[in-house]
Design a protein around this ligand. Structure first.
Ligand SMILES: NC(=O)C1=CN([C@@H]2O[C@H](COP(=O)(O)OP(=O)(O)OC[C@H]3O[C@@H](n4cnc5c(N)ncnc54)[C@H](OP(=O)(O)O)[C@@H]3O)[C@@H](O)[C@H]2O)C=CC1
Ligand SMILES: O=C(O)CCC(=O)C(=O)O
Ligand SMILES: [Mg+2]
Length: 422
């Protein structure tokens, strides 16, 4: 087996050796089952595509329960340092307790490495059971801001010294009168910055232009949270116009033309922009957006949104194309080149150790990783094998329970079928 070399970034460009060392985190709960299946599929695809000329040299790094058992720490500094050094990593899901205990290790990794984009493509594979009539109409790519918003973890329990201090400050210094039950309120803070918003929207627009997409929708709740979510929307429009000029047409421009020259002129300007192949930058308030992705999904293409909205939207859109068992993702910093690939789903603890769940989300996250490395031939093999395997109705429990005449296989069995179909 080759010794392996480090991936490097030179002048902002990823330099990938033929045998890159890639750190992986196995994950909690169903993580070990999924990783055993997914790593075999990724290795097989690379092997089939490059016949030994390229290979991945895995390097395990610890996080979560396995890390705690072996080192007494949930997220050892060595794990963060190793991923920083080796640039690209892949992980299984990690458990976060509810209402107390450790803060999310998944969020900590994103924040430590400043992986400001959570990229979650949502696409349909023929034959996957879906709750909607035309799942093939859903073809969206989510860009979720990954380092700010209420995920910053600035949150204090009721009655703590910190929340008492904050309440006192809000009431006495800022004249806040509408905290309904101050004596029993926990307090959370939601930071959203211009830099954070703009770098995320920049990534979404760059992606949309490179991939020939038609539109980017800025999703926000800016009517209620004016200076965080509303500001995100405005910073997004400002960035689009100032950095992408003639390549885009924004709804902000539309509104200005409408005010000056009327609706017909604004409609005409948008029509001309569309005909000229310009990228349309629009926005939607989060609640109506969640309705419209169901009622008219083909109107939405690339989605740029804040952290919490992006979390909800990821799972909702995944459901439309067959669920969380087939929902990949990547956490990326487009400036430093650092990236951690991971599924959208969590640890699904009730299935831990049963070799039962669908490994496709991690496999497709690996497929995204291979494409990110420029190993498109191996990535294509994975897409082809997933399409072929699902079309032959060989599926895990999550699809089998919704399909007729399906052959249900285990997590490992699905990996076997994919490898056989490559
Ligand atoms: N990035 C990460 O590491 C993430 C971690 N988490 C963490 O995971 C833990 C559990 O969270 P929970 O909210 O239950 O969400 P999960 O995504 O873990 O599971 C919810 C349900 O989704 C379905 N599901 C999940 N994974 C798969 C899969 N691979 N194949 C098929 N179906 C799947 C199962 O549905 P069914 O019951 O219908 O079979 C499962 O019960 C929490 O601690 C949470 O914080 C959550 C999200 C992301
Ligand atoms: O960190 C967690 O436990 C949850 C993360 C999550 O839901 C997500 O990344 O979509
Ligand atoms: Mg989530």
């Amino acid at each position: 087996m080759p010794v392996g070399e480090k991936i490097r970034v030179e002048n902002g460009v990823l330099k990938v050796p033929d045998h890159p060392i890639i750190p992986f985190i196995e994950g909690d709960g169903t993580g070990p089952d999924i990783w055993a299946a997914a790593s075999r599929v990724l290795e097989a695809a690379v092997d089939k595509a490059y016949k030994g000329q390229k290979s991945i040299v895995w390097k395990e790094v610890l996080a979560g329960e396995k890390a705690f058992q072996q080192t007494g720490e949930w997220l050892p500094q060595e794990t963060i340092d190793t991923i920083r050094e080796y640039i690209i990593a892949i992980k299984g899901p990690l458990t976060t307790p509810i209402g107390g205990g450790i803060r999310s290790l998944n969020v900590a990794l994103r924040q430590e490495l400043d992986l400001y984009t959570c990229l979650r493509p949502v696409r349909y594979f023929e034959g996957v059971p879906s709750p909607v009539k035309r799942p093939e109409d859903t073809d969206m790519v989510i860009f979720r801001e990954n380092t700010e918003d209420i995920y910053a973890g600035i949150e204090y329990p009721r009655g703590s010294e910190e929340s008492d201090k904050l309440l006192k400050f809000l009431q006495e210094e800022l004249g806040v009168k509408n905290i309904r039950f101050p004596g029993s309120s926990g307090i959370g803070i939601k930071p959203v910055s211009e830099e954070g918003s703009k770098r995320l929207v920049r990534a979404a627009i760059n992606y949309a232009l490179n991939e020939g997409r038609r539109n980017v929708t800025l999703v926000h709740k800016g009517n209620i949270m004016k200076y965080t979510e509303g500001a995100f929307k405005q910073w997004g429009y400002d960035l689009a116009e100032s950095e992408f000029g003639d390549k885009v047409f924004t709804w902000d421009q539309y509104d200005r033309i409408k005010e000056e020259k009327g609706t017909a002129a604004a409609d005409q300007a948008q029509k001309e922009a569309e005909e000229a192949g310009k990228l349309i930058i629009k926005d939607a308030i989060a609640d109506i957006f969640l309705q419209q992705i169901l009622t008219r999904p083909n109107e939405f293409d690339v989605v740029a949104t804040l952290n919490l909205n992006g979390d909800y939207i990821s799972d909702a859109l995944a459901a439309q194309v067959g669920g969380i068992g087939i929902a990949p993702g990547a956490n990326i910093n487009y400036v430093t080149g650092h990236a951690i690939f991971e599924a959208t789903h969590g640890t699904a603890p009730k299935y831990a150790g049963l070799d039962k769940v669908n490994p496709s989300s991690v496999i497709l996250s690996g497929e995204l990783m291979l494409r990110h490395l420029g190993w498109n031939e191996a990535a294509d093999l994975i897409i082809m094998a997933i399409g072929k395997t699902i079309a032959s109705k060989v599926v895990t429990y999550d699809f089998a329970r919704l399909m007729e005449d399906a052959q249900e296989v285990k997590c490992s069995g699905f990996a076997d079928a994919l490898i056989a179909n490559m």
